[in-house]
Design a protein. Structure first.
Length: 81
């Protein structure tokens, strides 16, 4: 489980930092951010399948300003039993 949270944290770092990387085309930059968001969503999916609804406060690398939490929240609201 720790590896899943570490992967989410890594994805958050990529989402934050890729836009600032010099030497990348806009196309590659957008692709890398999209890949990080997909990977992050997949890891949330796995965590929800294993443990049910997640408490977003457990993940200290969230930034609600960045819009990370709604990915998890939308999933939980839509698929919560």
């Amino acid at each position: 489980m720790e590896q899943l949270y570490l992967a989410i944290k890594t994805c958050n770092a990529l989402i934050d930092r890729v836009p600032e990387v010099e030497g990348l085309s806009d196309e590659i930059r957008k692709q890398r951010v999209a890949e990080a968001k997909l990977t992050k969503a997949h890891h949330y999916f796995i965590l929800v399948q294993l443990f049910g609804p997640l408490d977003s406060q457990l993940i200290d690398s969230f930034s609600f300003d960045r819009g990370d939490a709604p990915i998890c929240s939308r999933y939980l609201c839509r698929y919560q039993k």
